[in-house]
Design a protein around this ligand. Structure first.
Ligand code: KG4
Ligand code: ZN
Length: 338
């Protein structure tokens, strides 16, 4: 039997990415070209700038991924591409690139849901079996998924407003810290007192696994303004204490909701993906919850937790193995719930 080798293409947000992955879970190459420098001055991803940059970079990133893998297009079994959800211009650029390769080579084309790419990553990195629980926590997403198969996902809950990464970024902005804010808030929190300023734990008083983070950000804003009014300014220690209080509130909410998700849906593994999974306190809190529920905690390496082409190639392989293919009518879907 010949080996399965897929090219995966990702361009749904602000990373242009391509990777070559084998059916036996080897990542032969993974190239990620970040656009964060292009968007830094705007305080968020600008869709038009992102789409243009993807269109300019996709060919180069794909060429690099093939070169790093030491393979030509003729060695591939198929091409997988993120077909949504995401910023429509970027997704379209990726889909067009993948269609061009498929049309030129005759290779099978497989459209992949970006969220499925994240959700299936622990199968690529650790070879785990179905079923497992995935907590996806990034700048744009926050949901619990029970993963039962390559296209069998059950959403157990998620944020009703902001994603946690978005809240980290907004809190960083409130405290004049650089963007993306998550790592800066975490660094400040390391030297702070999480107990000095008390912040809410939104939605913990309600049953279920839904979460809310926008009120927490507003609570940080109010606490900041009270400190400024009382003291005539914000001291470095205040900033550290606000960051520590905020981070521990997010960790508490994610941990308690994960506990409930595991209770609702007992599975042997709790896995995380998304940029927020980089946070040490949050990881530790989730690890603790998993251990208490008798589950294994799994956090893929960070470069595979954030947007990348390898997860798309892998999700494409899983769909391909189920006999699923797309044709030239594959279109970009800005909204595409799992
Ligand atoms: O998954 P990701 O790279 O991109 C998408 O949102 O798709 O996640 C980025 C988010 C940003 O909001 C960033 O502030 C957050 O992840 N983040 C963190 C940390 N590192 C990145 N949040 C908390 N603590 C961190 N150490
Ligand atoms: Zn993502």
């Amino acid at each position: 039997m010949t080996e399965t080798i897929f090219l995966g293409i990702e361009s749904s947000c602000d990373d242009t990415a391509a990777a070559v992955v084998t059916g036996d879970r080897r990542i032969l190459s993974s190239v990620v070209s970040s656009q964060s420098d292009l968007h830094a001055d705007f305080g968020g991803v600008v869709p038009e700038i992102a789409a243009r940059a993807h269109a300019e970079r996709l060919d180069l990133v794909v060429e690099q991924a093939l070169a790093d893998a030491g393979l030509g297009l003729d060695a591939l079994t198929g091409v997988a591409v993120t077909a949504g959800p995401g910023l429509i211009g970027g997704v379209m650029a990726g889909v067009m690139c993948a269609k061009g390769i498929a049309a030129g080579t005759g290779l099978p084309l497989v459209g992949v849901n970006h969220l499925a790419g994240h959700a299936l990553t622990p199968r690529l990195t650790d070879g785990i079996d179905y079923s497992y629980l995935m907590l996806l926590v990034s700048g744009g997403h926050c949901q619990f998924l029970r993963v039962d198969g390559p296209d069998a996902f059950t959403r157990l809950g998620g944020t009703i407003d902001d994603a946690p990464g978005e809240a980290f970024d907004k809190v960083a902005k409130l405290l004049a810290l650089p963007q993306p804010g998550g790592p800066h808030v975490e660094a400040e929190a390391a030297g702070g007192d999480a107990h000095r300023i008390s912040l809410p734990r939104p939605l913990l008083d309600r049953p279920g696994c839904d979460m809310s983070f926008s009120g927490l950000k507003t609570a940080v804003l109010r606490a900041r303004d009270t400190l400024i009014a009382d003291q005539g300014g914000l001291r470095a220690a205040d900033r550290r204490d606000l960051c520590a209080a905020f981070q521990s509130a997010v960790a508490d909410v994610l941990a308690e909701k994960s506990r409930r998700a595991l209770a609702l849906s007992p599975v042997p593994v709790l896995a995380v993906a998304g940029g927020v999974a980089a946070n040490g306190e949050i990881r530790a809190a989730l690890e603790h919850v998993a251990a208490r529920a008798g589950a294994r905690f799994l956090a893929p390496p960070l470069r595979l937790c954030t947007d990348n082409g390898a997860m798309i190639a892998w999700a494409g392989i899983e769909r391909f193995r189920m006999g699923q293919r797309d044709d030239m009518t594959l279109s970009a879907r800005p909204r595409w719930p799992l």
